[in-house]
Design a protein around this ligand. Structure first.
Ligand code: GDP
Length: 326
């Protein structure tokens, strides 16, 4: 059946969930005809709708899904529409997905104003990233006010999520001792707000201590131009007892408002668009290298170089000129 992209775009814009789900399935497809339809669809969407894109990272067990459930329900209570997407690097290995799973956000997944989508599975992070980024655009077009993009704290995927977010949250659990929990400096540097979760019951004192440790560590980081005084910041929350979430939301809005007023919001989104454009070019070039013709050409030319028939840089030039014709 031929897809009517104009019609699908109109239905997404009206906020029809089934149309949104279908569109996300379309952008997740690797088929060439689907890619072309997805490009038409993205071009047909309104450009003027912006959600607050919030990246959220944390190692398994810190309470990401509990936080998203409580935080999402709070936002819905304020009349906001909330979408939850995930970038799950492990799904690239297992073929399944562990994040954004509906059963993990039981209450939220039953809300009319919530939309939860698990991570697309793919062979490489670049593919997951592109699909999630396009899903973010679709959710914005569908009128969602807040898009939460969740990932696990294992490295590369944080960069990917930070590059598609307006705000980046790092969720931590209270530490037993006084040492920082081996959070990589690079990840700390990405965080706008560190949330030390589980600040309740027996864990409350440890959470307060951990929070103070991280607040101290944040003060040692180089000041970034996109931060007003007082940011990045660390605070305690309890996703389970739903405490500290209002304050966290206030802090997020204070930061977002300041960045909008100072021009950082638009500048960051523009820089992100450039980043994704270059990433897309790289992905496409890599995909071309993977084609049967390219592989055969590479083999033939590398044989010619090895036997001394061709000079390496002349052969490289010849190879690239051949790629352009594809
Ligand atoms: P995720 O793997 O990061 O998504 O973590 P989950 O949300 O699945 O939570 C892992 C465990 O920590 C579960 O047993 C939760 O009930 C528990 N947990 C999550 N948030 C809190 C909290 O605020 N306080 C306490 N005490 N436990 C929590």
């Amino acid at each position: 059946m031929e897809l009517d992209t104009e019609d699908l775009a109109a239905r997404i814009t009206r906020g029809e969930r089934r149309a949104l789900a279908r569109a996300i399935t379309l952008v997740e497809s690797g088929r060439a005809d689907h890619r072309a339809e997805a490009a038409d669809l993205l071009a047909a969407l309104p450009q003027d709708r912006q959600a607050l894109r919030i990246g959220l990272s944390g190692t398994p067990g810190v309470g990401k899904s509990t936080f998203i459930e409580s935080f999402g329900m709070m936002l819905i209570g304020k009349g906001l529409k909330v979408a939850v997407l995930a970038v799950d690097p492990s799904s690239t290995r297992s073929g399944g997905s562990i994040l954004g799973d509906k059963t993990r956000m039981d209450q939220l997944s039953r809300e009319r104003d919530a939309f939860i989508r698990p991570s697309p599975s793919q062979t490489h992070l670049g593919g997951v990233a592109r699909r999630t980024r396009e899903a973010v655009r679709l959710c914005e077009a569908a009128g969602f006010d807040v898009v939460l993009i969740e990932t696990v704290g294992v490295g590369q995927s944080e960069t990917v999520v930070a590059e598609m977010s307006d705000l980046f949250l790092l969720l931590l659990a209270p530490a037993g001792g006084d040492e920082l929990q081996g959070v990589k400096r690079g990840i700390m540097e990405m965080a706008d707000i560190i949330l030390v979760n589980k600040a309740d019951g027996d864990l409350k004192a440890a959470a307060t201590r951990t929070c103070a440790d991280y607040a101290g560590a944040l003060r040692l980081l180089r000041k970034r131009p996109q931060d007003p005084d007082g940011f990045p910041t660390a605070m305690t929350v309890s996703a389970l007892e739903v405490s500290g979430l209002e304050t966290a939301w206030e802090r997020m809005n204070a930061l977002a408002d300041w960045r909008r007023a100072e021009g950082f919001w638009d500048r960051t989104r523009a820089a992100q668009a450039r980043y994704w454009f270059l990433e897309d070019v790289k992905q496409r070039l890599l995909a071309q290298l993977d084609s049967a013709t390219a592989k055969a050409d590479l083999q033939a030319l590398s044989d010619a170089v090895a036997s001394g028939e061709a000079d390496p840089s002349v052969a490289a030039q010849e190879f690239l000129a051949g790629l352009k014709r594809v």
